[in-house]
Write a protein that binds this ligand. Structure first.
Ligand SMILES: O=P(O)(O)OC[C@H]1O[C@H](OP(=O)(O)OP(=O)(O)O)[C@H](O)[C@@H]1O
Ligand SMILES: O=c1[nH]c(=O)c2nc[nH]c2[nH]1
Ligand SMILES: [Mg+2]
Length: 156
C-alpha cells in the first residue's frame, strides 16, 4: 500500500502533458501515437493535439486491480504500428515498469513517453516530465472528485 498520495488536477495534468509535448516535438516527427489504455488515453489526446498528429492507435493493458499489482494482460494488441518504428507510445505513468516492459516487447522500435515516472520504471521510459517517489500513489483526476472536508477545529 502506498505511503503517500500525490493528487493531480485536470489543470496540472494538462500543463504536464503539454510540457511533455514540447520535449516530444523536438524529437519528432512521429508517424503516429499509440495510447496505452486506459490511463494513456487522455495524455495521448493532449499530446496528439499539440503535435498535430491525427493517427492514433491503442494497446490495452490491464496490470492493476485498484492499487494491487497483478500479471499484465493484453486486452487488445496494437493493430497498425508494426515494430513501432517512428511511433510514439504514451502512458500516464510508469511505476514498476511491468506495463512498459510488455508494450516495449510488442513495439520494440517505438519511443516510450509518460507524464509521470517512479524510480523502478524510469529506465524503461525514453521521455517523461515529473518524477514521483516510489512509495507514492498518483491520484489522477478521472479517479477522484472534490469532497467536503471538516474544519480543522472539528478534526481530532
Ligand atoms: O509501471 P506499472 O507498474 O506497470 O504501472 C503503470 C501502469 O498501471 C496503470 O494502468 P492500469 O493497469 O491500472 O490500467 P488502466 O490504465 O486501465 O487504469 C497505469 O495507467 C500504467 O499503465
Ligand atoms: O492511478 C494510478 N496511480 C499510480 O500511482 C499507479 N501506479 C501504477 N498504476 C497506477 N495507477
Ligand atoms: Mg494503464
Amino acid at each position: 500500500m502506498a505511503q503517500h498520495y500525490f493528487t493531480v488536477t485536470w489543470d496540472q495534468l494538462h500543463r504536464d502533458a503539454k510540457a511533455l509535448s514540447w520535449r516530444l516535438h523536438a524529437l519528432g516527427p512521429w508517424v503516429g501515437v499509440v495510447a496505452i489504455t486506459r490511463g494513456g488515453l487522455i495524455p495521448a489526446a493532449i499530446i496528439a493535439r499539440e503535435l498535430e498528429c491525427r493517427l492514433i492507435e491503442t494497446v490495452s493493458v490491464v496490470t492493476y486491480d485498484d492499487e494491487n499489482l497483478g500479471q499484465p494482460q493484453v486486452v487488445k494488441p496494437p493493430a497498425a504500428a508494426g515494430d513501432g518504428e517512428g511511433w510514439l507510445i504514451v502512458d500516464d505513468l510508469v511505476d514498476t515498469g511491468t506495463t512498459a516492459k510488455l508494450v516495449r516487447s510488442l513495439l520494440p522500435k517505438a519511443h516510450f513517453a509518460t507524464v509521470y515516472a517512479k524510480a523502478a520504471g524510469k529506465p524503461l521510459v525514453d521521455t517523461f516530465i515529473t518524477e514521483v517517489s516510489q512509495d507514492t500513489w498518483i491520484l489522477f483526476p478521472w479517479d477522484t472528485e472534490p469532497q467536503f472536508v471538516a474544519p480543522v477545529a472539528r478534526q481530532g
